[in-house]
Write a protein of this length. Structure first.
Lengths: 226, 226
């Protein structure tokens, strides 16, 4: 059987989520780096793998799949991983699914916007940061993070769970985007801070390995502000 | 056993998706209308049911669940529905999941924005439609719909399937938002048009019943342009 292939770039937060998930669960895979900065995702060759020309993508013996969460769910079941990664019990799974849907249009969307306005847009358009738009999205993200603590971490050490799941991996990887631009993630959010440390420890050494790119962006961002 | 309760408003597109799904699959439920226009979702009482104060929500004998897609997935499995609604086979399900993740940040996000800029924002802020923002989002939605045809409907009459699934129900309900504001959904998109008719027929009479609100908004929108 041909080996599982992962097309990814650790600059992309959903790529980091899938890479960390594969490493933490011990699933063997072949690394197929796609350098976004070099436009390797925009080639005709890559469009044959993913018509949306985005990473991550897996190729599992000819079965090609894109979108990070569907990749994690498929791997959890096809590799018979420990149940906590993507629970079988209907109500438990439903809560994780409920979080993941909320996640896409809340954590992912607004964390991406805060990063985008400060890093991607100024570079792409050679313009200063749009402070008014930034303030708007930072305020929304603040409400989102408060809800994350009070709703999804209300009674459990992980998202709706006593053990780690794909929801925690997806969430922490999105939050690292705004850590890179020095957003005060943990200010007045002790539950979020404790959860972040717990998830990081649970996923290390793979978490820190994947996040070296985040640290690089963060250091560059902080240096540019001096 | 207490009966399944659905908190909903047919003005909300995810509410319409769950309502149509319940009717089309014959799952008995008690209707708990929540009138968004009257602010019934903003009461303290409703916040006890859903801390995000959004619809739809189900209460299944004390098990409360929000977020439309997780509700459909949970019901498909807990009621042992016909497999096509949410397939069991791993790769088939993975493709549906892949679509659903793409859907949230593409179809749902951009169709909502096009509707919002033309209906919700002018009313809430008592300002004319922001034509520049509208054109931007209409252009993105056009690309999204082209991809919908060429990728997700590439080889199958329904989304990645030979039979209808929760993906089709979710998608058609979001698209009805832009139908309400006369967006040229079907212009030069024969596959999308044929798919829409197919899904509507498959879900009728429930589809038309739920969409009377869409028609009402559309008629009002068209009249305001004369």
């Amino acid at each position: 059987m041909s080996r599982l292939k992962l097309y990814f770039d650790l600059m992309s937060q959903p790529s980091r989520a899938v890479w960390i998930f594969l490493k933490a669960t011990g699933i063997p895979f072949e690394e197929k780096p796609v350098a976004l900065r070099k436009g390797e995702h925009q080639t005709e060759e890559f469009a044959k793998i993913n018509p949306f020309q985005l990473v991550p993508v897996i190729d599992d013996g000819g079965f090609v799949l894109y979108e990070s969460l569907s990749i994690c769910k498929y791997l959890a079941k096809s590799r018979n991983l420990a149940d906590h990664w993507y629970p079988s019990e209907l109500k438990h799974r439903a809560r994780i699914e409920s979080y993941l849907q909320w996640h896409c249009l809340m954590v992912r969307l607004f964390a991406s916007q805060v990063f985008r306005i400060q890093v991607i847009e100024p570079r792409a358009m050679n313009k200063p940061v749009d402070r008014q738009r930034l303030a708007k999205y930072e305020n929304i993200l603040s409400v989102v993070l408060d809800s994350f603590e009070t709703v999804w971490l209300k009674d459990t050490p992980y998202i709706c769970s006593n053990e780690i799941s794909i929801a925690d991996v997806a969430c922490i990887c999105e939050l690292m985007q705004v850590y890179a631009v020095d957003y005060p993630l943990w200010e007045d959010r002790p539950k979020l801070e404790a959860w972040s440390k717990r998830v990081r420890e649970r996923l290390n050494p793979h978490y820190d390995q994947a996040n070296f790119m985040v640290d690089k962006v963060r250091n560059h961002f902080l240096a540019s502000k001096i």
